[in-house]
Ligand binder design. Sequence first.
Ligand code: UD1
Ligand code: UDP
Length: 352
Amino acid sequence: MKILTVLGARPQFIKAAPVSRVLREKHTELIIHTGQHYDNNMSDIFFEELNIPKPDYLLGVGSGNHGKQTGEMLQKIEEIVLKEEPDYLLVYGDTNSTLAGALVAAKLHVPVIHIEAGLRSFNKLMPEEINRIMTDHVSEYLFCPTDTAVANLKNENITRNVYNIGDVMYDAVLYNRELAEEKSDVLAVNGLEKKGFHLITIHRAENTDDLQNMKNILEAFSKIDTVKVWPMHPRTKNKLASYGLELKDIPNLRVIDPVGYLDMLTLEANAQKIITDSGGVQKEAYFMKVPCVTIREQTEWVETLEEDANILAGTSVEKILAGIKKEVTPSYRELFGDGKASQKLVELIENR
Ligand code: UD1
Ligand code: UDP
């Protein structure tokens, strides 16, 4: 088989690492990197650390409004699909790079494989929700990480070639967890004690693009004395600067640049709590058995709420604080498969 994979944003590099490894044992994979993320610590570092094969095509699209960014991707990906004539085009998740790849392939009658299909927040104000609905509806193979995702697709009458294979991000964590322990010095470099700090990540547009939400988040953090380490996404850094919001009133805060995956796994594993609006980080908190507080109004990972492992705090100061302070005793049942999602999906395509 010849598979053309479209990647563009940080979480997609991490998801691609285990899948590409298995795929390339028997098949030809070409990678298109749209350039949606381009800073070294948002892109190159993951290819190096995770041994992801170098992209065959670098589109260099970069940042921009949704229409411009997605439009440029569509044009450039189309040229490559016409030239390469792949058997399948593979996309991950719900970013603009996902949608662009899926749309091009579907129009050219190249079957689309969607990994992390079926997730829904039921909030169409999120760009991710639009991207994932559109992608699911033009995909030929829909690989879901959970039963909830399968049920969501069924509600939209998508039942053909839908499989719950578990989560490829779990594959990635299992593969890299020990390596992270061996190699990462992020705790020492930042003077962090094991289980002596909270880990923060915030980057979703629904928070960063809303001044009141950002004010609330910072106010809540200012009332928490525990050491807090915050690898800050460039979107968040830019938005805080444009709002003129400062962090000086937040005690014991260490803002650092985005970190590589091995450092991130180490921070997650050793945090007291993880406070985030990231999809991937919510799941990794679960894999690491570290209580999570999600600063959003909805989550796609509803199973983690039912296990008491994740608290959906919303965006008010009081609720964020209550979420961080709440003591929980999660059960951490195995919800995201057995760490062999990548093998399963490749076998399913081979045996189609
Ligand atoms: C994108 C995805 C989001 C995903 C996130 C993962 C969409 C619509 N959103 O959001 O679903 O959770 O990636 O991290 O696809 N920037 C840099 N350097 C970079 C990349 C971005 O400075 O390497 C800055 C730019 O100012 C840019 C902003 O971050 O305008 C936002 O980047 P963009 O890729 O548009 O969206 P993300 O917020 O990263
Ligand atoms: N991540 C990382 N370094 C960071 C922040 C996140 O390696 O500084 C990893 C994290 O471990 C997870 C993925 O990036 O695997 C999540 O991506 P992100 O939060 O950007 O996007 P989302 O999952 O919300 O789409």
